[in-house]
Structure formats: C-alpha cells, structure tokens
Design a binder for this molecule. Structure first.
Ligand SMILES: Nc1ncnc2c1ncn2[C@@H]1O[C@H](COP(=O)(O)OP(=O)(O)OP(=O)(O)O)[C@@H](O)[C@H]1O
Ligand SMILES: [Mg+2]
Length: 492
C-alpha cells in the first residue's frame, strides 16, 4: 500500500498504520495516535482512510448531545443511509459501532478513526470505559474492528493508557506523531541546499508541518538574505497567524487559563535560567510554587528535563518547541511594539538576543540530535552507542565550571568505569579556534581525575561559522579534534 505523494515523510508511521489497519485477524483491535497540535495527525489519518476505506469521525468542541448527533450523521453517511442515525446515549452509539463491525466486517478489517478523541472524552468521560467493554467483548466474538483513537491533548491521550485507566493494556498500537527532524524539515521547506538558512528557519519554526502551507501559504524565505524580511512579514507581523501561535500553543496544549505564570516559567528557561532554582529565582517564587506549572508543561511535552551528563541528580529544563523560545526571548518583551507593526525596528535590536538565546541553544540541541543519529559514524565503525547530553564539569583549581554542550557517555557497570567518548563545544555564530579545544581537553583531564575512563574520548568542535586555520592545521595529530560544520550536520 503506497504512501500518497502529498504526504511528506512519515514512512514509518504510514507503514505502522497500514499494518495495524489491514492485518487480518478476527478480533477487535485498538490503536492510540497522539502528538502535539499541528503535527499532522489528522492529515495522516485522513490519508490512510482515503486509501484503505473506513470511517473517519472528527469530533469538535461540543456538548455530549451535539457530538452524538454528529456521530450519528457520520455513521449514516458511511453506511449510505438517507437519514442520520439517532442515538440515545454514547453507550448506544459505541455498541452500535462495534455491532456494525461484527455484522458487516466479521472477516475483513474495518478501520474506524475517532479524531479529536480528547475533546470527546471531556464531554463524555465514560467513553474510554465504553470502548474498553466492547473491545473486551470482541476478543471472543468475531470482529474486524480496527479502532484508532486520536487526539492532541497529551495529558488526556497519555492518561488513556495510564496504569489505572480502562484502556490500559488494550492497545496494539501507540503512535506518537512527532515534529519532523531538522534534516526532514529542511527538505519539507525546500531549503536543504542552504544549511545556513535551514538552521535559522528551524531555530524559529522547528519541525511543525502545519506552519508551511496552512499558516504561511508556502511563504518560504527565498535566500539567506531574505530571512530577516521573511521574519518581519511572517512571525513578527501581527497580520500573520504565526504571530499569536506561541500563545495559542500554550493555551491549547497546556489547557491553562491563567497563562501568566506559565509564560514566566518559559521565559526564564528561554533566557537561560533553566534549573529549577534558576527558574524560581527568575520569577521571584519559591521552588515549590513552580512545581505545578513545571509538571503541567512537562506533561504536555512543551518542556523536557535533561539530566546532567556528569553530575548525578542535576538537570536542566529545555523548551521543546522553537517557536515558544522565539516568542519568549524576542517577541514577548517587545509585544506592544510588534502589535503596532514595528517588526523591523524590533528585529534590528534583537540580533544579539536571537544569537544568544534562540539560535545558539537551538544549534546545541541540533548537534546533540546529530550525534544521536548519523554523527556516531564520525567516531569510527567500532564506536559504541552512548547517551548524548550536555553537562557541567567543575574545575576546582579555578573554582569555575566548564560547560560541555555535547557529551557522549557510557554508564559504568560492575568492574567497568563510566566512560566518555565525546566532549564537544558548539558555537553557531563564531569561528572556533584552539581556545575551544584546550578548554575541552582540560575538561577531559578533570573527568579522568574524577574516575571517568577517557581513553577513547574524542574532542569535537561544532560550528555554524567555521574553524580557524590553526585549528584546521592541528588535524595532523594522531587523534585530532573533530571539526563538524553545517554541511556535516545537514549531511549535504
Ligand atoms: N506529512 C505531511 N506532509 C505534508 N503536509 C503536512 C504533513 N503533515 C501535516 N501537514 C500540513 O500540516 C497541516 C496540519 O496538519 P493536521 O491538521 O493534520 O495536524 P494535527 O496534528 O491534526 O493538528 P491538531 O492537533 O491541531 O488537530 C495540514 O493541513 C498540512 O498542510
Ligand atoms: Mg487534527
């Protein structure tokens, strides 16, 4: 079953869905599809229903009764009935749906997609139990039901399979539709030939598919020189739907009404105050007072907590959605001016902040992603997979700390010491030189003294701007530092 042309990437997701929906078998099966807003869940599921046939129902925010009427109409349309089926209750509707699958599709798969299931559950909380009852019933009676429940409120969708939830242990497929990776995003936007532009674009819009066509009607920066103008006419323009998108994302994803505290937390992280204590200090609250917003933001996957590679129990928070970082760092402080149409003036004064708070940290994340993917090959064919992260190496002699942007580590076990196989420094806008590698080798010595195995540890410089001649000339050494530029990272 070939993936349609218009569906970019998503080959793995497509295959998983096709196999779920078409594999023969006479018992009912359940799948859960989730993912943050605008990632292309509906696009993918509609494509699959178009190809395989079946019933698609997209719920809206509506009362239980209204949704029930819409559902009755959708089933009638699917079965070719002239008048909508009128259900008294959701119990009735779900029983009918499974009955239909058993009656007409006992021996062949029948794909049913309930999209925006999280909306439905909000007005019909008993829905998961009703589905569970029918799924269980059709484990012993023949049914071709292939039911996909899809939704974007991560808290609701994740909750469906939580330990005490009725659907726990019933799903044969759990698919999370993720943003495109940075290489795919560059292809999607048609800028893969221009890594410098692709990097900037990704630092602002990330890998969200909806932003290209649905939001910007294919307005893509024509060249690196056009990037500033493009920003001013899109994200920074009050006429563009992207202008308020970061705010909507927070309101919709986290389902929070009082967003002020949440924005302050995100602003703290965006500005580099990314430890729990740092966030609390930035917004002037006690650590315990920010536990709830942190938990909510983690739950809906807008924040992730990353463990320090070298110091057990230490961690930092990172914002997962680039547009939110961009909003908090660049737009929110200048909101009134931007609403007034002063995009050019605001952007002209934001370059440094963009470099320090948006593009720099974003490029570090990309470099870590690269090392989790193809980058491992740079360490040789024998290199073992390790954890990739960032961390801090304390330097007692100078009472300072060395920040390591990319580290690959391997946990110790039994007789084996923990090992580090890569220490890397990332600079997105600066030419890198000897100073960077000597800091890294100092960190390597300190780690060795602290009991790490550094015998296979390579040093690496990741630069978006290039490397000094002195650094390039060091390449004659036996184990020279790896110099990794945008071409390597983008595989171009
Ligand atoms: N794989 C893809 N290839 C091309 N375009 C895509 C792809 N996925 C998504 N899009 C674009 O993104 C838009 C938004 O996708 P879609 O509505 O499916 O997102 P969603 O995850 O269902 O969002 P929501 O949670 O808000 O319902 C689509 O209309 C389409 O333009
Ligand atoms: Mg959708």
């Amino acid at each position: 079953m070939a993936k349609p042309e218009h569906l970019f990437d998503r080959a793995v997701e497509w295959d998983a869905l096709v196999s779920f929906a078409s594999r023969p078998g006479a018992t009912a099966r359940l799948g859960i599809v989730s993912g943050r807003r605008r990632m292309g869940k509906t696009y993918l599921l509609r494509a699959i229903v178009e190809q395989l046939g079946g019933l698609y129902f997209g719920a809206t925010t509506a009362t239980s009764g209204e949704s029930l009427r819409q559902f009755g109409a959708a089933i009638a349309e699917h079965s070719g009935a002239e008048v909508p089926i009128s259900f008294d209750t959701w119990d009735h509707a779900i029983t009918y749906l499974f009955g239909l699958a058993a009656r007409d599709h006992a021996n062949s798969p029948f794909l049913v997609v309930l999209d925006e299931f999280s909306y439905l559950v909000k007005s019909v909380p008993e829905l998961p139990s009703l589905v569970q009852r029918e799924i269980d019933r059709y484990q012993t009676e023949p049914s071709g039901m292939r039911l996909l429940l899809c939704g974007s409120a991560m808290s609701v969708m994740g909750g469906l399979l939580a330990s005490s939830a009725p659907l726990r242990g019933r799903a044969q497929l759990e698919l999370v539709v993720q943003p495109f990776g940075f290489r795919d995003a560059a292809q999607f936007w048609g800028v893969a030939e221009n890594p410098a532009l692709a990097l900037r674009l990704h630092a602002v819009l990330g890998g969200t598919p909806a932003y290209r066509r649905q939001f910007l009607a294919d307005d893509v920066p024509a060249s690196l020189d056009d990037f500033d103008q493009w920003l001013c006419r899109t994200v920074l323009s009050p006429l563009s739907p992207l202008f308020r998108e970061a705010r909507y994302l927070l309101a919709e994803e986290a389902e929070v009404r009082d967003t002020a505290l949440y924005h302050s937390v995100l602003a703290a992280v965006a500005q580099g105050n990314n430890t729990r204590g740092g966030i609390a200090g930035y917004i002037g609250r006690k650590s315990v007072d920010i536990s709830h917003p942190l938990a909510v933001l983690e739950d809906c996957r807008l924040l992730v907590r990353e463990q320090d590679a070298f110091r057990a129990g230490k961690s930092v928070y990172r914002i997962t959605e680039p547009l939110i970082t961009f909003y908090e760092a660049i737009m929110r402080p200048a909101w009134v001016r931007l609403e007034d149409g002063q995009a050019q003036q605001v952007w002209a004064r934001s370059r440094e902040r963009f470099a320090a708070q948006v593009a720099g940290p974003h490029f570090e994340t990309m470099c870590r992603e690269f090392m989790l993917g193809d980058g491992i090959d740079l360490l040789g064919p024998e290199a073992e997979f390790g954890d990739v992260g960032c961390g801090i190496v304390p330097d007692p002699a100078t009472r300072s700390q060395i920040q390591i942007d990319v580290a690959m580590t391997h946990p110790g076990d039994g007789g084996r010491k923990p090992a580090v196989s890569l220490l890397g420094e990332v600079k997105w806008g600066a030419i890198m030189g000897i100073g960077h590698t000597s800091r890294l080798s100092r960190a390597r010595d300190l780690l060795a003294a602290a009991g790490w195995d550094v015998s296979r540890c390579r040093l690496a410089c990741f630069s978006g701007a290039g490397f000094s001649d002195t650094l390039r000339n060091q390449q004659d050494d036996t184990a020279p530092p790896l110099l990794i530029g945008l071409d390597e990272i983008y595989g171009s």
